[in-house]
Design a protein around this ligand. Structure first.
Ligand code: PAF
Length: 284
């Protein structure tokens, strides 16, 4: 039976016991309201480690004041069942006060990789992500940690943070999991009403179009951006935040698809902001 703890001390004590037995530990950091996308990360972690910790924490410092911190969906009972049935061993579910002690004053900021895509429209977001993920790494001391490629910029940033700050673990990126009709799984899909849910398909349709252009040999970033933008604009409920092509390592815009690139979009459907992407790697 899975154990749910809410303090740093309990988590550390459990991990220490496992490490004493020579067991490896995988960490899946989440904000809860878990779906099959998270489940795929947990499955991978279970396959690759002796013990798996899932953290469930809606991290206040990665939300700007105008964002959805208060309404972000939460369901600890359902999350516990999913983690248990998928084979995780421990849920770390701290309160904001446990994570951010009175007088908390230390933050991890990333200067590069945050200027484009989500970092451009959410300027304080990745500082909050890096800070909480750095804390989780220190608390759990995992051998490996698992992140979804749907948040491709986050994944690139965390890999860079691990390299820059010498965290002693491996970061594992896992593929996007989609609904049968193509929509990328996201906790925020639960905000969509029936019409918006249909309209949201425009994201995966434009991703498909982008992939098709690339498969047919298109290498000009602006041509791909324009075609995907035009496609999204056919949906009246959609409002584009960005459509961009960046290099996958440094998250800087590119003119031509060369090396490993990331084609990424963020689109508002009504008030809900959704993201999607695909990677392309040219043969060397
Ligand atoms: O991707 C998420 O759910 C969050 O950004 C993360 C990595 C759990 C940090 O709060």
């Amino acid at each position: 039976m899975i154990k749910v703890v809410s303090t740093v001390d309990e988590t550390r004590a459990q991990v220490k016991e496992w490490k004493k037995q020579g067991l490896t530990v995988g960490l899946v950091p989440t904000m809860g309201y878990l779906h099959e996308g998270h489940q795929s990360l947990i499955k991978k972690a279970v396959e690759e480690n002796d013990k798996v910790v899932v953290s469930i924490f809606v991290n206040p410092i990665q939300f700007a004041p105008n964002e959805d911190l208060e309404t972000y969906p939460r369901d600890l009972d359902a999350d516990t069942k999913l983690c248990d049935s998928t084979g995780a061993d421990l849920i770390f579910h701290p309160t904001p006060d446990e994570m951010y002690l009175d007088g908390f004053s230390t933050h991890i900021e990333m200067n590069n990789l945050t200027k484009e895509l989500c970092g451009k429209s959410r300027p304080t977001h990745f500082g909050g992500v890096c800070t909480v993920v750095g804390k989780l790494f220190n608390i759990v001391q995992p051998n490996k940690a698992y992140f979804g490629q749907k948040d491709a910029q986050q994944l690139a940033i965390i890999k860079r943070m691990v390299r820059d700050l010498n965290f002693d673990l491996e970061i594992v990126g896992c593929p996007i999991v989609r609904e049968p009709d193509g929509l990328a799984k996201s906790s925020r899909n639960s905000y969509l009403n029936e019409d918006e849910r249909k309209a949201a398909l425009i994201l995966s349709k434009s991703i498909e179009l982008g992939k098709e252009l690339v498969a047919n040999g298109e290498r000009n970033a602006q041509t791909i951006i324009k075609a995907m933008t035009d496609k999204i604009n056919t949906e009246p409920l959609a409002r584009i935040d960005y459509v961009n092509v960046v290099d996958a390592l440094n998250i800087e815009p590119v003119d031509t698809l060369n090396g490993e690139v990331l084609v990424a979009i963020a689109v508002y459907i009504g008030k809900t902001r959704l993201i999607d992407n695909f990677y392309y790697a040219s043969e060397v």
